[in-house]
Design a protein around this ligand. Structure first.
Ligand SMILES: O=C(O)CCC(=O)C(=O)O
Ligand SMILES: [Fe+2]
Length: 243
């Protein structure tokens, strides 16, 4: 396994690649359990919870937006994964190297956060609009991994627009800065229109599967269409390395 602490970001380089699936089983189960406990412990700082708590029911307990925003901001911080991170990281580095021939290593030293988990309540605007991660300069050279843990079954996933990783930026009309949609300000600019016809899809993922995609792929708009389940997903960003 590569020693990422000595990694110089100049060794990262981007090549576009079509989205692919990887399997995180059997680590998935322990990751889901650990993250359920982390979120449980975070919620009980704010309010009581029944003994049996699962991620799917999150929206039934976290009712107030202000509480949800505190929890979801905390969840986007890499530190919350603690001891779980080295295990997941090694697994994904190995998978990206072996199954997909992507020489990827932990994205160290970037200004942006490289992992976190996203909590999307049913019907709420907790997801990103359509965007390219590469529009944030520090994510230009990353490999994205989107690993849903709950509420994603039956294609209740974020959308991707296949083929757009090859689209020239000049063919995409986007907001200048972070998008503002229905009074909510997002960190990323949003894609408003494309110069060619593309169809968004919501990839169907099985339990334990994750989606690997280029930071140039347009993705987002992941409204949670299931009225009864909260969707929780982990997002990781690896540095694409030629070494
Ligand atoms: O899950 C979402 O709504 C957005 C995720 C995303 O933008 C990403 O993984 O880069
Ligand atoms: Fe993104």
């Amino acid at each position: 396994m590569s020693n990422s602490s000595s990694l110089d970001l100049k060794n990262c380089s981007h090549k576009s690649f079509a989205p692919q699936k990887i399997s995180l089983t059997p680590e998935f189960e322990s990751a889901a359990k650990a993250i359920t406990k982390l979120i449980h412990d975070k919620i009980i700082v704010h309010q009581q919870l029944p003994e049996i708590f699962n991620l799917e029911n999150y929206h039934n307990y976290v009712i107030q937006d202000s509480v949800h925003f505190q929890i979801s901001n905390w969840a986007m911080e890499q530190e919350v994964l603690g001891d779980l991170w080295p295990i997941l990281k090694s697994k994904m580095e190995a998978l990206l190297r072996e199954s997909l021939d992507l020489k990827a290593i932990e994205h160290q030293g970037a200004i942006g956060k490289f992992l976190g988990f996203r909590i999307v309540r049913p019907g709420k605007p907790d997801f990103n609009p359509f965007h390219r991660d590469a529009w944030l300069p520090y994510w230009r050279d990353v490999v994205n991994v989107w690993a849903p843990l709950s509420g994603f079954e039956g294609g209740n996933t974020m959308s991707i627009i296949p083929g757009t990783h090859n689209l020239d930026d000049s063919e995409i009309l986007k907001t200048k800065k972070g998008a503002i949609i229905n009074d909510k300000t997002y960190h990323v600019p949003a894609a408003i229109a494309l110069g060619q016809n593309f169809e968004p899809i919501t990839p169907v993922l099985e339990k334990g599967e994750a989606l690997v995609f280029s930071p140039y792929l347009i993705h987002g708009n992941g409204i949670n269409r299931n009225p009864d389940t909260t969707r929780v997903s982990i997002e990781f960003r690896f540095c694409k390395s030629e070494i």
